[in-house]
Design a protein around this ligand. Structure first.
Ligand code: HEC
Length: 399
């Protein structure tokens, strides 16, 4: 019953998380598009009012006329629309999901027993949880310091972008060494997503509040507040596509259980940012197909890097095992979780929908079984201590 309640809570939180994220990212993409698509206002009276750009649009059967003021309108209305709850809800629901899924079961989901780093492979549950929290917090602190130190007046934003890109390579590498592949992808995505939400919480919204307060008091707002909000929201734009990929990656073990999964992750992050750049420029009226072309090139490179090696598990060394040998190994190492009624207390239903109760079911999933066993993703957390010899037997199994 407890496992069922957790599964149900997981479902509801995920629902909320996806909806909030769609609303947030959708709005953020819309505003970047709007900002880049603004044209000089046609009417002289608008220009005199201080309108610096406008966009006409048709949507849902109506016509819209957006105007952006260079600094501030002469009189600020009281019913300004603010955007922040979507960002906070996305982060809070995402973090809650991480807690009930990963942190409630760190031995399975966070600790990577085959890590190259002995201390990481040997972590116990609470240590892994603490490390995951430190990783998220550390990611924000480093990113924020980079912004503050490299481009405090927004005049070295190019250099800052390079620094943030290098930081993401380091984050991807460290995460895959310290955690399971699945958690590493999620946590790297969460480092970016935390930076995005924290940008809203610590910089963009407080800056806007100061600007509004100054205007209401009849003073000129500090232009740095506006510029800084813009700097951070530009970063958020380039984070969006990579974050979405990393968040959905946990359904695709072939990308995160690979030895070079950090390279695959980096390729996808840069591909996402480049593809986003194409759209940002397109909305400003500039079509630059080189960006998505390079992005697609990086995805093809990721396809090549993550491709399963034909000699995985050293299959040639052993003879094809018998049905009894294979089903014996599956029984010993898999069915406590992968059964219609799992014995393992953590599961109310077969994980990922895979039940291996009958030989037909085992045979029907031969490809997936061989893949997850060769990549060491399964048995989860290697709780049953599957040996390399046993993995070789599974690799040598033929129909
Ligand atoms: C401790 C419980 C546990 C054990 C033991 C276990 N698994 Fe899993 N398995 C899981 C969970 C949980 C998932 C879902 C994780 C996910 O969504 O990536 C999963 C997912 C899978 C998947 C789907 C992966 C994908 O690409 O989505 C396959 C295939 C699989 N397991 C096969 C096996 C095999 C084969 C064994 C035995 C060698 C095994 N598992 C042992 C818990 C377990």
């Amino acid at each position: 019953m407890q496992a069922y309640i957790i599964d149900f809570a997981n479902l509801l939180l995920r629902w909320l998380h996806v909806i909030a994220a769609i609303a947030w990212i959708g709005e953020s993409i819309y505003f970047v598009m709007l900002d880049n698509g603004l044209r000089t206002p046609k009417a002289a009276e608008d220009r005199e009012k201080g309108v610096f750009g406008e966009m006409w649009a048709v949507h849902g059967g109506g016509f819209y006329h957006n105007q952006k003021y260079a600094t501030a309108p002469a009189k600020l209305p009281n019913d300004l629309h603010w955007s922040f709850w979507k960002a906070y809800t996305t982060w809070l629901s995402g973090f809650a999901l991480f807690v009930i899924l990963y942190m409630a079961n760190p031995g399975f989901y966070l600790v990577n027993p085959s890590s190259n780093w002995a201390w990481a492979a040997g972590m116990i549950g609470w240590q892994a949880n603490l490390l995951a929290l430190a990783f998220l917090l550390g990611g924000w602190v480093v990113y924020n310091e980079l912004c503050k130190r490299i481009s405090p007046n927004m005049n070295r934003d190019g250099l800052l972008s390079v620094a943030v890109a290098v930081m993401m390579i380091v984050v991807a590498y460290l995460s895959t060494q310290m955690f399971t592949g699945r958690a590493a992808f999620l946590l790297t995505g969460a480092v970016m997503a935390t930076a995005m939400s924290a940008n809203v919480f610590f910089w963009i919204i407080p800056g806007q509040r100061r600007m509004v307060k100054a205007m209401k008091a009849g003073e000129a707002p500090n232009p740095l507040d506006g510029k800084r909000g813009k700097q951070r929201s530009v970063h958020n734009t380039y984070f969006t596509l990579p974050v979405v990929l990393l968040m959905v990656s946990n359904h695709y073990s072939f990308i995160y259980s690979h030895e070079l999964s950090w390279v695959v992750m980096v390729l996808f992050i840069f591909a996402g940012a480049l593809i986003r750049q194409f759209f940002v420029l397109m909305h400003a009226g500039k079509t630059q197909p080189a960006y998505p072309a390079v992005g697609i090139g990086l995805i093809l490179l990721a396809f090549w890097v993550a491709a399963p090696s034909p000699t995985a598990g050293n299959a040639s060394a052993s003879e094809a095992p018998s049905q009894a040998q294979v089903s014996g190994l599956i029984d010993q190492h898999c069915t406590q979780c992968h059964a219609r009624n799992p014995d393992h207390a953590g599961f109310s239903a077969p994980p990922a929908g895979f039940a291996f109760d009958t030989w037909e079911e085992i045979l029907g999933h031969r490809g997936q079984i061989q893949q997850v066993v060769a990549s060491r993703y399964m048995p989860l957390g290697n709780i049953t201590n599957m040996s390399d010899e046993e993995r070789d037997i599974i690799a040598a199994w033929e129909e």
